[in-house]
Design a binder for this molecule. Structure first.
Ligand code: 3HC
Length: 284
């Protein structure tokens, strides 16, 4: 079955980005949220992102309208029934994701692929909540989705090779380079990235260097597009702490142990750009 119609569960930062790149690549897209209010907010962000492309002359006003015409928002899983692939992109909560997968399994036609955008949770656990574990994979996108060129396709021990291949072809059709990653916390990229990010916080906490020195060091010394503390603010301190904890839980390796400063920042609501304050401050 060729993929023509893409479903996305969750219209947050990642879900709206996945919907945007899918629609821009010519797919029909149905995207759901728990309430109409959250859906309207997410679709507003998606429109702003397309508008940014128009202002930067990367997208014509006509292409923007055609793209928006391909996207349908919903609060009803019944609207996913004709989708060929449904990508789950809700918050990192395994019991909730398993519930979503069970509901999708009932709502979506039997041949369709179900995938998760999780950054660290077990895709096999989600697959086991369905009657089609062979048709479940991970599709881990990177933030900002319209800009980042990589897609990790996660193959579980139950994923059919044919489905992994289809997910890879789908990712490539979105303009992404695809790597196949194992179903282990952090997959490939976060397993390398998260120890680096939390080490930057450890250095700050230990007084080895200031925030500016750490960030300038990596931008100017290693040509990273942003320093680790700025990147933590972009990804979210809360999200990174969740991933680090999941990796520590699984691997029991001290390199994944999050420093106390990160926990205190999460408790204080300093989650990064999303709350207006993380390591740096962001004006509204
Ligand atoms: N949507 C669409 N386009 C965007 C965008 C967005 N949200 N943010 C930036 N862009 C585009 C801009 O239009 C611009 O395009 P152009 O060069 O063709 O004009 C280009 O990206 C650069 O943007 P800016 O000039 O506004 O800003 P910067 O040069 O500072 O780039 C950045 C911003 C693209 C975010 C860059 O700093 C970067 O690549 N940072 C690293 C991001 C990264 O590492 N992401 C991965 C995080 S890990 C992850 O997601 C996994 C998860 O599981 C934790």
């Amino acid at each position: 079955m060729d993929i023509k119609h893409v479903g996305v569960v969750g219209c947050g930062l990642m879900g709206s980005g996945i919907a945007e790149v899918s629609a821009r690549s010519g797919y029909q897209v149905t995207i759901s949220e728990a309430t109409q209010e959250i859906l309207d907010r997410g679709l507003g962000n998606l429109r702003n992102s397309l508008e940014r492309g128009v202002k930067a002359s990367k997208l014509s006003a006509e292409d923007r309208d055609v793209t928006l015409g391909r996207i349908k928002g919903t609060t009803d899983f019944g609207d996913f029934k004709d989708c060929d692939i449904v990508v789950e992109a809700i918050t990192e909560n395994l019991p909730l994701k398993k519930e979503i997968f069970a509901r999708l399994d009932d709502a979506v036609k039997p041949g369709a692929i179900l995938s998760s955008n999780t950054s660290c949770l077990s895709v096999m656990d989600m697959a086991a909540a369905t009657k089609r574990p062979d048709r479940v994979v991970g599709t881990h996108f990177f933030n900002p989705v319209p800009v980042m060129k990589l897609l990790e396709v996660i193959k579980t021990i139950a994923s059919a090779q044919e489905i992994v291949d289809k997910a890879k072809t789908f990712g490539e059709s979105l303009g992404k380079t695809v790597i196949i990653a194992p179903d282990a916390p952090g997959f490939v990229v976060n397993r390398l990235l998260v120890p680096y990010l939390i080490d930057a916080v450890r250095m700050l906490e230990a007084g080895v260097a200031t925030m500016k020195e750490i960030d300038h060091g990596m931008v100017l010394g290693c040509a990273h597009p942003m320093g680790p503390l700025t990147l933590l603010d972009l990804v979210g301190i809360d999200t990174t702490l969740f991933i680090a904890d999941a990796m520590f839980e699984d691997f029991k390796d001290a390199k994944f142990a999050a420093p106390p400063l990160m926990r205190k920042m999460v408790v204080a609501g300093r989650w990064g750009r999303k709350t207006g304050k993380g390591f740096y401050e962001y004006s509204k």
